[in-house]
Design a protein around this ligand. Structure first.
Ligand code: SF4
Length: 176
């Protein structure tokens, strides 16, 4: 069978309420991205032009927490159309930095930050609490870290592509 006829694994990356640092870490995979490009197709991402989430994606990496109604609608739709969903980074896994607004309440933040200091009419409606992704939809793999390193993202992708469950213990502070 020729290399061209092998079906590639479709991969999406999504940016909810995060700083883009997790996507920078993904890009830090560097030359290993060329190796990955032989077996994956990036079908939706802030890194490419496609603006419509495909009907079915094999693997989606999600950066950021769920902070607005837009995030909520987006992640629910993505979950429906994704086989394996990966929470990438602490904002997706725990709420991390965006969830620091939770004790203050969304109205105060909206008035103070968005309407007073950065007036805008296009701010999506904020949820009353910032949520980690797994509190809204089911998540298959958790990649902690702020951001997770390029090595851990690469390891996770290659393990999943090989049909194995990634064992992340060696990539956490509890690892050997
Ligand atoms: S986990 Fe850290 S690097 Fe990733 S989006 Fe959140 S703040 Fe940024």
């Amino acid at each position: 069978m020729s290399a061209e006829s092998v079906k590639k694994v479709s991969v999406a990356t999504v940016w909810l309420d995060g700083c883009s640092g997790c996507h920078m870490s993904f890009l830090d995979i560097d030359e290993r991205l060329i190796e990955l490009a032989d077996v994956i197709d990036i079908v939706y991402s802030p890194l490419i032009d496609n603006k419509i989430f495909p009907e079915q994606v094999d693997l989606t990496l999600v950066e950021g927490s769920v902070s607005s109604e837009d995030d909520l609608a987006k992640i629910k739709k993505i979950r429906e159309h994704t086989r394996l969903l990966i929470s990438m980074g602490d904002c997706a896994v725990t709420g991390n930095v965006p969830s620091m607004r939770n004790p203050l309440g969304s109205e105060k933040i909206l008035q103070h930050i968005y309407l007073k200091h950065a007036p805008s009419t296009i701010v999506p409606r904020l949820l009353s609490r910032v949520l980690p992704v797994h509190q809204v939809v089911s998540v298959d793999v958790f990649l902690p870290g702020c951001p997770p390193s390029a090595d851990v993202i690469y390891y996770t992708l290659t393990e999943l592509l090989a049909g194995r469950e990634p064992d992340l213990i060696n990539y956490t502070r509890f690892g050997k």
